[in-house]
Each structure stands twice: as structure tokens, then as C-alpha cells.
Design a binder for this molecule. Sequence first.
Ligand SMILES: *[C@@H]1O[C@H](CO)[C@@H](O)[C@H](O)[C@H]1NC(C)=O
Length: 334
Amino acid sequence: MYSKLSSIGLVAWLLAGPAIAQTEEHPLLSTWKCTTSGGCIQQNTSIVLDKDSKYAKGTAGSRTAADYAAMGVSTSGSALTLTHYVKSGSQLNPASPRVYLLGDDGKYVMMKLLGQELSVDVDYSDVPCGENGAFYLSEMAADGRGNAAAGTGYCDAQCQGYCCNEMDVLEANSRANAMTGHPCNGNNCDKGGCAYNPYLSGQRNFWGPGMTVDTSKRFTVVTQFQASGGRLSSITRKYIQNGRQISSGSISNCGSEGSTGGLTGMGAALGRGMVLAISIWNDATQQMAWLDSGNNGPCRSGEGSPSNIQSQHPGTHVVYSNIKWGDIGSTTKG
Ligand SMILES: *[C@@H]1O[C@H](CO)[C@@H](O)[C@H](O)[C@H]1NC(C)=O
């Protein structure tokens, strides 16, 4: 009897998560859901920091709105700013925040994007070599397998947290960018993924300050998940800057369906719904060379080390605004 009661208690605690975190105030971030016939309707969304976020002050159990600023996160209307380094006294500390889009029901917003598009305005002007401003989708559970309002349940195709389908819509800095599908078949994930990187494809003057897509200024990134017969047939990218449409590449296959699920598996996850995750990070080991140096981009070896970024670009930050998703062609009207 005793053990039965205590195991019920444990299950209840696991389902609800630590009660204290439910009082957390989430910075509001307006987003829009669009249809061809009805236009775009503003959503009452907010963002939540990952549950394991380290704070410059306070603890995960007593997160408040103020802690978001201490973690380099701020919102204003429909704009989200993520700052890599934050001041604490006279010191500059790495915050490297990761946040998720939360609905007003306290659950993650499940974006169902098969046959749909996702658009966002970005400002990468202060994101240097070695830094990654990541705007992506992970197939997390709507309730975060516990308490989404406290940022629980992260997963990705590198199997951090647990293994799940991941669609890297945009991983970028001011000098390089990639979009990459990472389908998973159970715990067998395509960790390398299927990527489109314009520099790697020979477009050396496409993405950068003053280039075709001028990363010194704001622009819109539109990603379309084209479906055919209920299956994902391609992922295509275009940009809009100063009213001008700029076509970019597409992904039309993604490894072996038999092993990791391939493009079909990626599309099935997009159809079920995925959670929008947004982060800014760098890393001492690879220094983002897979994204921006050698054949992948113009950055010099060593330029992207965290110590170099911190000393040369202490204000490193990225801004995402006007997040819209819905029918193909519906998010960029008017
Ligand atoms: C947003 O909240 C307002 C006020 O509660 C409500 O009237 C509106 O319907 C909500 N919008 C959506 C899309 O849920």
C-alpha cells in the first residue's frame, strides 16, 4: 500500500514538474498564423528558456522575468533578441540562451509545417564568425514531457535530452548559413544531416555584408516545406530584402529512408508538429568550422574561437522578428 501510494505521488510530480516553476513570467512574443483565405492572425505566444539554463543570478526554481534579461533574452512586440555575453558586475559572462515558443495554454506551440511555410525577419549583423544564431524545429512533446512552461523536454537529432527529429531551418552568422534536415528513425538519427549551404554550393558572394543577401541589414527568410501526395518533396529557401525576392537553394533528398527516415520521415515529423527552438551559441572544439570555414564559408581558422568572439565581439547578438507560419505564399503578403 505504502509503495503504491508513493509511486503514484512520484508519477504526479513527474507529470506536473516542480510546482515552483509554474509561476515563471514568460516574455511575450507575438507571432502570426496565416492562411491563404483568412490572412494572418496574431497569436498570444511567449517564450520560455530551456529548463537547464544557467542564470547569472537566481536559480532555476525561482526564475522570474528579470532572469531572462540576465540570460541575454529580451522581447519587444514581435521581436526576440538573444545576446551571447551578458554583463554581471564588471564581468562579461557567456549566457548562450536557448528558448522555445510557448502558447497561452502553457504548452509548446506545435507548428505543423508539412505543405506549409515558415517565415521570419532576421538581423545577423552582429553575429560573427564562429557564432551560430540557430532558428530550428525539434519534435519535442507539446507538454515537454512534464512542464513546458518551465522549459522541460528538450530533444534533438544529436540525442541531447533524447533523440528526436530536428529541422535546422537556419543556422547562421553574418558570413555563412546552412539549412539542414536531421530525420530520425527511433534512436537512429541522421546526425550529419542533409544540408544546403550556398557557399559550399559555389555561391561565394551570396551571403555576407554587402552581398546578394546583405547580412549587414535586416531581411526576411522564407522556408517552404513543399509536399506532394502527402509526402515532403522538397525544402526550399528564398529571401526578401528591400522588397526584392532572392531565390536560394533547396533540399530534395535526405539520406536513406530505410535507415533514418529520410525526407519522408522529416516530412512526417513536420506533419505531426514540431516545436520552434531558438538559440545563440559557439563552441571551442569545432569553432563552427562545419558552418563557416574551409569549403563551408569564408571564415579563417581560429577566428571563431569563443575567446576571440568574446574579446572582439562582446556585443554578439541576433534578432528574430515577425515569425509567421501557414499556407505556402500566405506569410509574406502585405
Ligand atoms: C489573444 O488573447 C486575446 C485576449 O485574451 C483574445 O481575445 C484573442 O482571441 C487571443 N488570440 C488568439 C489567436 O488566441
